[in-house]
Design a protein around this ligand. Structure first.
Ligand code: PMP
Length: 441
């Protein structure tokens, strides 16, 4: 089938809200590892990997074999939230890999299968367990598209009608490159935490005692912005001191992506409620929350949903969890990420349009700026959204799939599978260099 024909026909059928189909007009047909072959017969390097879902890449042989064997053995595909051998062994594997005091102790709640569903469950549990309703979230955050989750997400267009879903107070996220306080580095980040403390201690702040603080350790959709360890530790200290629950959304950062099994482990911080989805299902839809056992105040039926804990997703997820641990893929992500970031920083010498290169592990961002415009007090230049779109399109022309994110869509985002090879990483850099040269000319 011709690619243009297929893409055109589907564009007629689908809602105008479709996104990837517009910016990445590829019709994937087959895929293996970090490569995807489209209906056009071209093979692309995939630095999107199902929005970070495919930690082991496409069609990892261990995942495929386990799924084929399960199907051949006649396992029931769906059993609501009944207990199955697959759920038992997935849960044991996950519990043994949770961070800090959650390890082997946490309560698990399997949610409806998307990240946003798990965020929703975390918010509801926090309200239920504390009897309070308010939530503190961060500017630029992305937690999903359902009402509760989008009410704690950042950009205005995501809040919209969701703004009223619950009382939300927003703190500035420690975005070092464009620090909201005009102070770079750890000092600026420290102010974000101090502001939280003043909200919670000063009765005049107008912030009613919240149920929870929700955050991403590295903001993903918000532009690949790592929160400094000192900031995260401060937030942990302050929330614990005030009896406010800390919800850490590891939907994108979890399962080795950032160079640690969980991003919060780098700072030695354990949340009260950890939210996970994407890679936890090994490429199939699965989402859950893991939380302090004493928070389990729900009664049977308090938070249900038909599609909780899909059997095949647990099989694929268990293999992914184990393989990432046993093959030390978090360490690999750290090394490969450092290589990609240093390559991008070298490119920034030739292309001043690369304003900032950042990230952790294989969660990488390059913020594209207007090189001709004057810098602000911290040295940042205005973002260049059109240029970023041109670079993304030029990358696709050269066989590289990547995404844009960040405030204003000016950040090139790379989320390759953790099994990307060194040679493929070099090809990624070559293609970005060519794409930048084409977009500049
Ligand atoms: N939280 C974070 C940190 C995410 O990155 C995302 C998705 N990009 C979500 C929640 C929502 O997940 P989903 O798209 O599966 O609903």
């Amino acid at each position: 089938m011709l690619r243009a024909e297929l893409l055109g026909r589907q564009a007629q059928r689908e809602s105008a809200a479709r996104t990837y189909a517009r910016t990445i007009p590829v019709a994937p047909v087959t895929a293996l590892g970090a490569e995807v072959t489209g209906a056009d017969g071209r093979t692309y390097l995939d630095c999107l990997s199902g929005a970070g879902t495919l930690a082991l890449g496409h069609n990892h042989p261990a995942v495929v074999t386990a799924l084929q064997e399960a199907l051949a053995s006649g396992v029931p595909l769906h059993t609501l939230d009944m207990i199955t051998p697959q759920k038992d062994s997935f849960s044991a594997e996950l519990l043994g890999r949770l961070p800090g005091t959650l390890r082997d102790r946490a309560k698990l709640h399997f949610c409806s299968p998307a990240g946003t569903d798990a965020v929703e469950a975390a918010l509801k549990l926090a309200r239920h367990a504390t009897g309070r309703t308010g939530v503190i979230a961060f500017t630029g955050a992305y937690h999903g598209m359902t009402l509760g989750a989008s009410s704690v997400s950042g950009p205005d267009r995501m809040r919209g009608a969701a703004a009223q879903a619950q009382p939300v107070t927003r703190l500035p996220y420690p975005y070092g490159y464009r620090c909201p306080f005009g102070i770079g580095g750890e000092d600026g980040a420290g102010l974000s935490a101090r502001l939280l403390e003043s909200f919670l201690t000063d009765p005049g702040s107008g912030v009613a005692a919240p149920a929870a603080v929700i955050l991403e350790v590295v903001q993903g959709e918000g532009g690949v912005i790592p929160g400094p360890d000192s900031w995260l530790r401060e937030i942990r200290r302050i929330t614990a001191a005030h009896g406010v629950l800390l919800i850490v959304d590891e939907v994108q950062t979890g399962i080795g992506r950032t160079g640690h099994y969980w991003a919060c482990e780098r700072a030695g911080v354990t949340p009260d409620i950890l939210v996970t989805s994407k890679a936890v299902g090994g490429g199939l839809p699965l989402a859950l929350i893991a939380y302090r056992p004493d928070l389990d105040t729900w009664l049977p039926g308090d938070h249900t949903g038909t599609f909780r804990g899909n059997t095949l997703a647990m099989i694929a997820g268990e293999i992914t969890l184990r393989t990432v641990g046993e093959r030390q893929l978090a360490e690999r992500a750290e090394k490969l990420g450092a290589r990609l970031r240093s390559g991008l920083r070298e490119l920034a010498r030739d292309f001043p349009q690369i304003g900032d290169v950042r990230g952790r592990g294989l969660m990488i961002g390059a913020e594209l700026v207007d090189a001709g415009a004057g810098p602000d007090a911290l040295g940042a230049r205005p973002g260049a959204p059109e240029f970023a779109r041109a670079v993304q399109a030029a990358c696709l022309d050269r066989g590289l799939i990547l995404e844009l994110g960040g405030r204003g869509g000016t950040v090139l985002r790379l989320l390759p599978p953790l099994v990307l090879t060194d040679a493929q990483a070099d090809t990624v850099l070559d293609r970005i260099a060519d794409a930048l040269a084409a977009a500049v000319s």
